[in-house]
Design a protein around this ligand. Sequence first.
Ligand SMILES: [Zn+2]
Length: 229
Amino acid sequence: MNLPLVDQVIRSRRKTVAILVRPDGKVIVRAPLRLSREKILAFVQSKAGWIAARKAEAQEIQQQVAHRKRRFAEGETFPVLGREYPLRLAGGPKTGLWFSEGFVLNSENLPQAAALFERWYRAMARKILTERTRFYAQTFGLTYQKLRISSAQTRWGSCSSHGTLSFTWRLVMAPLEVVDYVVVHELAHLRHPNHSAAFWAEVARMMPDYKTHRDWLKKNGRFLTLQQA
Ligand SMILES: [Zn+2]
């Protein structure tokens, strides 16, 4: 049965009609065994706006994810503090990966590209996070013991009961205000080792517009990765 807007109709012993837009953008309609084509069509038509919005959303997410899958190809861009920098592949005597207005990789080192990029980001993370943490700790009279750079995939930062602050190196892919939000968040844990109202009040005192940056991270965090295609 072909219906406009619909890729597949699955009939079963269900009582109601349901529309599903899959991550690949395909529209699936689940319908009762004997419901007429006209009734299904009318239902789908009544949801046309919703379907179009879900399809657009699915397509956008797919494009973003495809764009983020790393091939380490010439011209591919990599974010540093929220700005995208292109990769150039070079020959010559200089080996490895370096930064000169953008990333430059000796093409002989392509097989090690992921490890080289991670090493570069780690060094950058140590530098930036040490600087920012020192600055905020001094400004707000907080003392921490140690700063660690981790490879955490899902955690941006943490604060141990002994006062060790950990930050994942992936964080320096985000804009500086977002880096600062995570720094402020972990520093606030030195005073409140929980996510109580008092903790969030402390975060707001140090960074009044923290919600904008927290939301940015929620929305864009999954794209801050070197994950390979
Ligand atoms: Zn926290």
